[in-house]
Design a protein around this ligand. Structure first.
Ligand code: FE2
Ligand code: FE2
Length: 171
């Protein structure tokens, strides 16, 4: 696939993000004993591993974030913490993360459309985005209404994701 230079930093953030996503589910699976959660996390983990592979195929090795250890660790905590608190928080966390990632992929698709002739890459990002949307929809049905505390946690997750994108865009 022909990858234009201007999109490389964005793909680095995607690679960092999918690395984080894989580790979110590893964090959940590390502590959860709930059958429903385990099934949910295992199936999402499979998809996120696939996403990571797809990005690895198009992002040159030396363009990856130098802080992957950090994205792994923070991803793991983003799964582990809610998994210690319970089901509702796990589903809400996935909802917040995926809502963020959906927008993140959409911004790149818009950027690529403006520059023309990137149909293959756009198609790939559309596929990733659609998977994240179905992950989001799957979780939103399961936690019901957002309480005040869930909203606070959602803000933390969103701010953390934004910061991680800003940093991995550069390094
Ligand atoms: Fe993903
Ligand atoms: Fe996802």
């Amino acid at each position: 696939m022909n990858i234009p230079h201007f999109i490389i930093p964005d793909l680095r953030t995607d690679h960092a993000g999918e690395t984080g996503a894989v580790n979110i589910y590893k964090g959940i699976l590390f502590v959860s004993k709930n059958k429903e959660i385990i099934k949910f996390a295992q199936s999402h983990l499979k998809t996120e591993k696939k996403h990571l592979e797809l990005i690895e195929q198009i992002l040159p090795n030396d363009e990856r974030s130098k802080l992957l250890f950090l994205w792994k660790f923070l991803g793991f905590l983003t799964g582990l913490i809610p998994a210690l608190a319970g089901k509702k928080l796990i589903y809400a966390t996935i909802y917040f993360v995926e809502s963020f990632v959906e927008k993140h992929y959409e911004e790149q698709i818009i950027k690529l459309r403006k520059k023309s002739k990137q149909e293959e890459l756009i198609k790939l990002l559309e596929k990733l985005k659609n998977d994240e949307i179905s992950h989001k929809q799957e979780s939103v049905q399961r936690f019901g209404k957002l309480s005040f505390l869930l909203k606070v946690w959602g803000n933390i997750v969103e701010m953390g994701s934004k910061t991680a994108v800003m940093i991995s865009y550069k390094i």
